[in-house]
Design a protein around this ligand. Structure first.
Ligand code: GDP
Length: 440
């Protein structure tokens, strides 16, 4: 459990119009009195205050008091909004450090206390971090939905269902002598089959949550010198890759993160995929292949002057876009009537870049954004726990020995509990047992 009363500058450091300090813990009232010379005001009412260090007034600002439990952390919370000047911030930090019983908060400690005091589950706490880190529109919207507990509630529902299965199996064990066991096991298996289907479905369809949070990986691939680095620079709008006249200078994978059409995208420029390269290039080529393999989308860059590529380009479908770069070097309209799925662009002049960006956004939206915007998961730990829960149910369904089968469901309950941060099973089991009215 959390110890002591903590404080922190909650707005970002540096010169600013306003700086917000936050305090949480039982020492809040006393700290307020010490720092303002007055008693705490009406709960949740902004009040004008003079914050002081002893007799020295540091600044005049606003203060608000949230008595427990109706606060962000569930503890007494105080906020001071003062002018965001460096001397004021330093002065107030100094005064707080001198206040008895107060200590600086550790990273994430306010949110951690909110979790420990039952104000939010783990997925909601993660969403607070994601909301603060969100760079794009889709990330922000997704984090907000997770913060509303959308994913956490789904996990909790599955967990309760798994506990019900466990209850049925345990009851079956208890009542096997009275010949009631079989019906209960049957029922447990039916519920378990549905539960497995639901979690498994979610596991597969909810992956776009992680993609949106981490960013879509787009790899630029193609022969050396077709203009991959130039294209990356164009798209990134800044010099992030080495552009050179000699073939094979991009020996590693260069990654640039950017926001494209509301999505976070990591654009990777790979070494020219070329046979018979020198040894030093081979490692680059190996990495390029790996990057292309794990990419959500590949931009296959060709040279517009290469007639063969224009003619033979076929089968570009989901997961890749074929691009004919250096379109400025062939006659205007030289590509009309040629392969319709190849997109002509010029990294040099910027021709066709809008169309390319739209094609990238379209592919991402088409592949990952289903019309039903159901609940998504966002982290590897969510995936691992759900996969373990699905495995547990699978083993449960295969086992005939009820004691062992019950253990698998217990594991499933624990895994689902891990997602939201609940590991106690027994208390809920008690409740479920009572509901059965078997009353032993
Ligand atoms: P990479 O090896 O595929 O990464 O190719 P680079 O981006 O290094 O480009 C190779 C050469 O082609 C450089 O001299 C670029 O200036 C040139 N280049 C790239 N894109 C274009 C383009 O659209 N038009 C023309 N004319 N030259 C280009």
């Amino acid at each position: 459990m959390a110890e002591g009363t903590i404080y922190a500058l909650s707005s970002s450091g540096g010169r600013a119009g306003v700086a917000v300090f936050r305090l949480s813990g039982d020492g809040c009232r006393l700290a307020w009195e010490r720092l303002t010379g007055r008693e705490v005001p009406e709960p949740r009412m902004m009040t004008r205050v003079r914050v002081r260090d002893g007799s020295d007034v540091i600044d005049e600002g606003l203060g608000v008091f949230f008595p427990k439990p109706r606060s962000f952390t569930g503890e007494d919370v105080v906020e001071f909004h003062v002018h965001g000047g460096r001397a004021i911030v330093q002065g107030l930090l100094g005064a707080l450090a001198k206040s008895p019983g107060l200590r600086p908060a550790e990273a994430g400690e306010f949110t951690r206390r909110a979790f420990e005091n039952g104000k939010m589950d783990l997925t909601e706490a993660e969403a607070v971090i994601d909301l603060i880190d969100a760079d794009t529109e889709t990330q922000r919207r997704q984090a907000l939905r997770q913060k509303d507990g959308e994913f956490g509630k789904a996990c909790e529902r599955w967990r309760v269902t798994a506990i019900r299965v466990l209850g049925l199996v345990e009851a079956a064990i208890d009542f096997s002598d009275e010949g009631l066991g079989d019906g209960l096991v049957e029922e447990a298996r039916k519920v378990a089959v549905d539960l497995r289907l639901e979690i498994d479905d979610h596991l597969r369809r909810g992956e776009r949550g992680r993609k949106i949070r981490e960013g879509f990986y787009v790899a630029i691939v193609g022969e050396p010198n077709v203009g991959k680095s130039s294209l990356l620079n164009r798209l990134a709008g800044r010099d992030a890759a080495i552009v050179s006249e000699t073939a094979g200078t991009t020996r590693d994978v260069i990654e640039v993160r950017m926001a494209l059409g509301g999505y976070a995208v990591t654009l990777a420029d790979t070494a020219g995929l070329r046979e018979g390269a020198e040894a030093i290039e081979e490692e680059g080529i190996r990495r390029a292949k790996a990057a292309a393999d794990r990419a959500d989308l590949r931009l296959e860059v060709l040279d517009a002057r290469d007639e063969d590529l224009w003619q033979n380009r076929a089968g570009v479908g989901n997961g890749s876009i074929a691009i004919a770069n250096k379109a400025d070097l062939i006659d205007e309209g030289g590509w009309s009537g040629k392969h319709p799925t190849v997109l002509p662009i010029s990294a040099k002049t910027g021709y066709g870049l809008d169309a390319l960006e739209n094609a990238i956004i379209g592919q991402i939206a088409g592949a990952w954004e289903t019309r039903d915007d159901g609940v998504v998961w966002t982290r590897e730990r969510h995936r691992l726990a759900m996969a373990a829960a699905v495995d547990g149910i699978g083993r449960f369904l295969r086992l005939d020995e009820e004691d062992l089968a019950a253990e698998e469901i217990r594991r499933c309950v624990r895994e689902l509990g891990k997602i939201v941060g609940k590991v106690d099973v027994e208390d809920v089991l008690d409740m479920i047992f009572r509901e059965f009215c078997i009353g032993k």
